[in-house]
Design a binder for this molecule. Structure first.
Ligand code: ZN
Length: 348
């Protein structure tokens, strides 16, 4: 077990803040509730109240995206044998339960995010990538979510008998640059990096102006594709300029058993190392060494494939925000994601 950081108090506040900022449906964004919390916590932190009424039909959207897998997933990949897991390292202790609290305003000017100007590290050589690997990239949220609360607040299966909101709006920088835009940009920078190495890439959404898909539908895309890796891209929204860096989340509840969970943990470590190799820093406020096992994320709890969800940085911290909202920064994240995915695939 890894000792908790001495900033546990800040972490608890950050958890509460992030839960409020990010919403929980997809289980993505932010640190949210513990499994003991009632499902109603999802709606209480939604950024928009959910008006009742008929679902809204949005021009250009995508009910297609929400109800069916993207075009590229039409041809299912051939299943591959599941390798035996390697002995697992000790996992970090679950974080303390977030406290229901008002949004804190932490005004610490400290800024220890190391933002290098060096070019991103090149992707590792794809020596073993000859087996038709399939990777599902899940860009969190969607551009049309905010205008369609009736759709995204609908409760859906979140695994283990629980329900959560279909999806959430996600967070944004203090300047208003939205998380869905960031995740979409990184996903589209990442896709060609993987395809150049022979990887078949499936995206869980095909535009940034649609609604959803719901968290359970996103998980199903990875499961149905029998994906070798499923990587969900997010950005955190903790109202603290001092809280920076990325963390990689996995499901502590092992929805597909211990062997698959071990593969997810291996993927998580590879993603952490890949992002670090691209010049990015691990979180200084949540998780341990850039890793965090969670029990409350529907996207992870519904997945039967090696899956991680990554809060790429804190969009409410100025240094991370600058990086996450710039094209150069997004390319750096994409390279880090590619480094991690390719290294993981090569190790299988
Ligand atoms: Zn998110």
């Amino acid at each position: 077990m890894t000792a908790r950081r001495p900033i546990a108090a800040l972490q608890r506040v950050a958890v509460a803040a992030a839960a409020l900022a990010c919403g929980l449906a997809i289980a993505s964004c932010a640190p949210s509730t513990t499994q003991a919390s009632p499902p109603s916590s999802a709606s209480t932190v939604s950024s928009s109240p959910a008006p009742s009424g008929p679902p809204v039909t949005v021009p250009g959207l995508s009910s297609d995206a929400a109800s069916s897998p993207p075009e590229s997933s039409i041809v299912p990949p051939s299943p591959e044998p599941t390798p035996e897991p390697t002995p697992e390292e000790s996992t970090p202790e679950p974080p303390p339960a977030p406290e229901p609290a008002e949004l804190p305003q932490i005004d610490d000017p400290a800024d220890d995010f190391v933002q290098t100007e060096e070019p991103a590290a090149p992707a590792p050589a794809p020596a073993q990538l000859t087996g038709g690997k399939v990777v599902v990239i899940d860009p969190g949220h969607n551009g049309g979510n905010a205008a369609n609360p009736g759709i995204i607040n609908k409760l859906v299966d979140a695994g283990f008998g629980e329900t959560k909101a279909c999806n959430t709006t996600g967070t944004s920088t203090n300047d208003g640059y939205p998380e869905h835009d960031f995740t979409w940009a990184v996903a589209n920078d990442l896709k060609p990096l993987l395809e150049a190495q022979g990887v078949t890439v499936i995206m869980t959404r095909d535009s940034d102006d649609g609604v959803g898909p719901c968290v359970n539908e996103r998980a199903a895309i990875g499961n149905n594709a029998n994906a070798d890796a499923v990587v969900s891209i997010h950005g955190d929204g903790v109202q603290s300029d001092a809280s920076t860096g990325f963390y990689v989340m996995t499901a502590v509840r092992q929805p597909a058993g211990a062997a698959m969970s071990a593969q997810s943990d291996a993927l998580a470590r590879s993603m952490r190392d890949g992002l670090v190799s691209a010049g990015l820093s691990t979180s200084n406020y949540l998780g341990s060494d850039g890793l965090w096992d969670r029990d409350d994320l529907g996207g992870l709890n519904l997945s039967t494939r090696p899956t991680v969800m990554i809060e790429s940085g804190n969009m409410r911290a100025s240094s991370d925000a600058a990086l996450m909202s710039s094209s150069a920064g997004q390319q750096k994240f994409a390279q880090g994601y590619a480094n991690g995915i390719l290294a993981y695939l090569a190790s299988r």
